[in-house]
Write a protein that binds this ligand. Structure first.
Ligand SMILES: NC(=O)c1ccc[n+]([C@@H]2O[C@H](COP(=O)([O-])OP(=O)(O)OC[C@H]3O[C@@H](n4cnc5c(N)ncnc54)[C@H](OP(=O)(O)O)[C@@H]3O)[C@@H](O)[C@H]2O)c1
Length: 293
């Protein structure tokens, strides 16, 4: 069982170097690294003060193989490792992608490797910042039992925060992460944009709702969405919601996003106030009437 706390890195980019650096400074051994180009391999070896692996055939038997490669390279690298690694059977091989399951390394798996996906839920812009961030990151873990054991040990070494996913849940997990980051950003951008349309100076509009947005996020994490929901939808205030829809009608995209989000708020409000279903039914009707106007 490769619990030697020893890894080899293939793909010396932002994520791979961040992880290898963080683990190395916490006592793991980095047996060597290899990347696409000699320049990138050399740079990786310098960051990690480790050996350059001559080829995929030179990965030490006891090392966990960490793949810090882009998603587009998975098929090629999977095939290459399967044909060149003499110690493939029993080897733990981990990739760092949030969107792909461990099955993305299917050829290696079929030839006896224990594959896993180890996704740090953290942005890793460069090795130093990334290594620091990983000490407080949460990790999403999915894969074969031996790989899961190694990933748990890695997460324990770094932050102690992790959860495991089934292979079938991996894509949905990634969609959830996109909602929590990209979609929240889209809504904040909408909000800022509408504020400017309302006549607020762009410089002021950027900061105007900072405390409101931060407070909402804080309330969500403290008490959950149902407890945190407030506002005209929650109050069943159809007149105000109708005024909003009318004010937004010159901007069809923003109007549609407002309408869809209001329907989501309505679902939460229904859970919070089971006694207000009449008012909420009227709101649902109003929102449906404004679809694609
Ligand atoms: N960066 C993040 O914030 C972050 C966070 C979580 C997860 N991830 C995941 O980490 C993985 C890598 O992302 P990244 O941001 O680190 O990308 P990146 O900075 O572009 O690094 C990718 C590295 O892979 C190397 N590479 C490309 N094709 C290869 C091949 N065929 N064989 C060996 N090495 C190869 C590249 O080498 P060259 O430099 O020579 O092209 C580069 O060093 C992705 O799965 C990504 O989803 C990234």
């Amino acid at each position: 069982m490769p619990m030697d706390k020893c890894l080899a890195l293939v793909g010396c980019g932002k994520a791979g170097l961040s992880l290898a650096l963080a683990l190395k400074s916490a006592g793991w051994e980095v047996a060597g690294c290899l990347s696409r180009t000699p320049e990138s391999t050399e740079r990786g070896a310098q960051w990690l003060a480790s050996k350059v692996l001559g080829s995929l055939g030179h990965i030490p038997q006891e090392a966990t193989l960490v793949l810090g490669i882009p998603e587009a390279a998975f098929a090629d690298v999977d095939r290459q490792i399967a044909s060149e690694d003499p110690h493939l059977k029993g080897r733990v091989i981990l990739h760092l992608s949030g969107s792909l399951p461990s099955r993305a390394l299917e050829i290696c798996r079929l030839r006896g490797a224990s594959v896993g996906s180890f996704h740090p839920i953290m942005t890793l812009p460069d090795p130093l910042t990334g290594a620091r961030g990983l000490r407080s990151a949460t990790f999403a873990i999915e894969g074969r039992p031996a790989a899961v054991q190694v990933m748990r040990a890695m997460a324990q070494t770094l932050s102690g925060k992790f959860f495991t996913l089934s292979p079938r849940g991996k894509t949905l997990y990634h969609a959830a992460a996109v909602v929590a980051s990209n979609h929240i950003l889209t809504l904040l951008a909408d909000s800022q944009d509408l504020l400017v349309k309302a006549g607020v100076a762009p410089s002021a509009a950027h900061e105007a709702f900072q405390a409101l947005a931060a407070g909402t996020v804080e309330n969500f994490y403290a008490a959950g969405a149902v407890a945190a929901i407030t506002g005209p939808v929650e109050r069943g205030d159809g007149r105000t919601v109708k005024n909003h829809l009318q004010a937004l009608k010159r901007w069809p995209k923003e109007l549609e996003r407002y309408r869809i989000m209001a329907m989501g708020a309505l679902d939460l409000a229904r859970l919070k106030h089971p006694d207000r279903q009449g008012a909420y039914d009227a709101l649902a009707k109003l929102l449906a009437e404004w679809q694609s106007r």
